[in-house]
Design a protein around this ligand. Sequence first.
Ligand code: GDP
Length: 300
Amino acid sequence: MVRLRARLSRSQNALGKGLLTLLSREHLDEDTWEEIEDTLLTADVGVAPTQELVERLRERVRVLGTRTPDELRALLREELLHLVGTDFDRVVKTESGLETPGIVMVVGVNGTGKTTTTGKLARVLVADGRSVVLGAADTFRAAAADQLQTWGERVGARTVRGPEGGDPASIAFDAVKEGIAEGADVVLIDTAGRLHTKTGLMDELGKVKRVVEKHAPLDEVLLVLDATTGQNGLVQARVFAEVVDITGIVLTKLDGTAKGGIVVAVQRELGVPVKLVGLGEGADDLAPFEPEAFVDALIG
Ligand code: GDP
């Protein structure tokens, strides 16, 4: 997997640099604090986390009195890290600890990068020496199964698929059965994310989950969110969280936005950590989310 720091610095450090410049002003008056607040809101950090951060910064800057650039940088780094959270367990769980394969279900609205993420994750696992079965349970989008199969062929993972428009739960079921029969290490299930009605989604994902769990425990449910969609992504996250227990978030397309603050907002919203980030369309463009590297990229 690629390293987060090197890939993010170009797009992200507008936020950190902007904050640092503002904090370095000789007189931190109300207008400046408002500008700091605006900078955070523009980067999609979210209202409550922004207010908290500004309050903490105000207090710490006050206590500090005169400020050297290094002190300010260290202070901002600490506070951003606090905001992003260093206590979460961000490991993607792909081992069941049982005889059965680790089962990972990938959910999210179509177009967010679900299938791509499933393919990239398969690649990481295979490169790690694990055998992977892919379940193409996104039967809603016509090309999704082909796309996943292409990924499978590219990375060396078998794809279980069904007829177009077929029943996602029965494909998920077949994929898990296949994984067990083959003695595979991990089964990754790509699902459909049509959000037209919550009940429809709930029925479909709920059924996939139930069917899978008849065979083996579900180790991870990853919600894929497109970082460029801002508040819309948060609305999606809320709906999915009502339908299934999300255990981790994958934030895609972080390469195409300076709005890295969404990491903070979505973790707050769901109480679930960002575990992986998508940094491009290529096979290697998936990285574990590392708070320190992320904050360092922000500050530049
Ligand atoms: P799905 O409908 O959710 O399965 O979405 P896809 O996996 O088909 O992805 C939709 C589009 O987003 C494709 O063109 C992908 O190549 C692109 N994509 C996915 N992840 C990333 C990412 O991290 N960065 C960029 N720039 N594009 C991505």
